[in-house]
Design a protein. Structure first.
Length: 129
């Protein structure tokens, strides 16, 4: 899973002049969808059985999977199964949140290393069933 970070960085760096942020976001999301689809296939759990989640968490994930399956236009034709859609979307939003808080300076007075928080959130998001 960590191998997808290099293509993400390359995609971000290769944003052509005049190319929209939406185009970059779509490119990055496709890479995430590829990675989470492949991770599900490698684990033998492409349908996202919910192993490792509590009953409430499993129900919430199942509800989100159903909703994302019905509203997958943002995946722009990517064939990812619903659990990969959920995992890619939650990965994106969790890490976007940490970065946004850091960039806005919300961690400054807290005197901890935000890079450690980012690393912990990355690992947690990658390993979310």
């Amino acid at each position: 899973m960590v191998l997808f970070i290099a293509p993400l960085v390359m995609a971000a760096v290769s944003l052509a002049p005049g190319q929209s942020g939406q185009a970059l976001a779509a490119t990055l999301m496709n890479l995430l969808l590829d990675a989470f689809t492949e991770a599900g296939q490698e684990s033998g759990d492409p349908a996202g059985s919910g192993a490792g989640r509590t009953g409430a968490a499993e129900a919430a994930a199942a509800d989100l999977d159903l909703n994302l399956a019905a509203h997958r236009q943002w995946a722009v034709g990517h064939p990812a199964p619903p659990d990969a859609l959920r995992r890619a979307l939650t990965f994106w939003t969790r890490l976007h949140g940490v970065i946004s808080l850091e960039v806005a300076g919300h961690f400054t007075d807290m005197k901890f290393d935000p890079a450690l928080l980012y690393a912990a959130e990355t690992e947690a998001a990658i390993n979310t069933p």
